[in-house]
Ligand binder design. Sequence first.
Ligand code: NAP
Length: 422
Amino acid sequence: MERITVGFLGCGNIGCGVYKLLETYGEEIFRNEGVAFDVKKILVRSLGKKRSWNIPAHLLTDHPDEVLDDPEIAVVMEFMGGEEPASSYMIRALEGGKTVVTANKMALASNWNAIVSAAREHGAGLYYEASVCGAIPVIRAINDSLQANRITSVMGIINGTTNYILSRMSQEGAAYEDVLADAQKLGLAEPDPTADVEGYDAAYKLSILSTLAFHRHVPVECIYREGITGITPLDVQCGKEFGLTLKLLGVAKEEDGKIQARVHPTFVRSSHPLAGVSDAFNAVYVNGHACGEMMFYGRGAGDMPTASALVSDLIKAAHTKRHPLPAVNDVPCEIAEDWSCVHFVRMKAKDEPGVLALVSGQFAQYGVSISSMVQKGDRDADGYVQVIFLTHEASERAVRSALAALPAEKVCIGSIIRVEGE
Ligand SMILES: NC(=O)c1ccc[n+]([C@@H]2O[C@H](COP(=O)([O-])OP(=O)(O)OC[C@H]3O[C@@H](n4cnc5c(N)ncnc54)[C@H](OP(=O)(O)O)[C@@H]3O)[C@@H](O)[C@H]2O)c1
């Protein structure tokens, strides 16, 4: 029998969830796994705050040293959020030889090298399953089950808030602002939703996923990022008519030694497994040269789903004599500045002879071939009609150059949305 003393950094949604899971399921874990966990100290900001689970008052402290410097505490679980002071506290814990288990994608992605180096130099354990997609064991799968594969692509719905918003826009034809307001009322979106809707949260997760998948550090600053705030019901509806479903995807691919890593609204064919992932669910679709395609699906957030991953890491750390480090080599990562995919282009074009020929001629000049074109609705009061083009696979730079060269008095570009998972 083994007893391990644990300290928490933070006790909000996730911290309370972990405490609850250990309190309510700890005995079964002990019976099944032969290990018990004693929570000794919990760092919070406000000692008197009401919490969602009954936490004994004597465990709470507002002095980080009581967690970080206590020699009895072998594992520090971090769920305070934000980049600082969380990163510095994790590094301090690792430097003291303590194992760190974290749910904090922002701190980990932003300070990957410093945190991993501290773990390496001090032989300390670093576990972070909960930092990407809550309960879904995708980090464990990439690190421990797919090592025999050259992973060629990872595509994921890795932010539940945006998936909820886009799912409802698709199901109900609702406007972005209305669904966002509902999501905020339901607690599915923050009062300031920027981190989710502008793709920052997904970019942190994609940085971690792609770093592990391709064995090279993919810094979060190198990830192309575009959010969903400009998406209109018309885009969602037009996509549906082409058999496409709109998602905010994190896409990472390795082609010709270069890595593409991007977060943006993306159409997927409605028959693709990612298209069926609705509401706040997450899914990650991985392609490996030996295993082929597979998808991991489940709850990417919430107190208990996230606690499931954190406590699982805690158990894994307890069973591990020599902690694994991320299998990432020192070769610098070459980031692709252009990529090829199918493009959905919606534009308003002057309803007069020769305009469509002008557009298709411009595409041809840049080597972009058109796979279909639809004119939607009637001509508006200014004499424009909505036209949607779907290209064949084409370089993004070429598509944008072709469109930029069109005369503004004839054509007004509404949206350019990438299509993946062909
Ligand atoms: N929420 C989810 O569904 C989810 C899912 C996956 C991963 N995560 C990650 O889990 C982490 C925590 O999320 P959460 O939703 O639990 O956040 P939260 O509810 O805001 O909780 C944060 C906790 O950290 C404490 N804290 C924050 N800054 C502190 C400081 N400077 N000093 C001392 N204590 C501090 C807070 O203390 P007080 O309580 O006293 O204010 C609070 O207990 C984040 O990294 C998040 O990205 C969350």
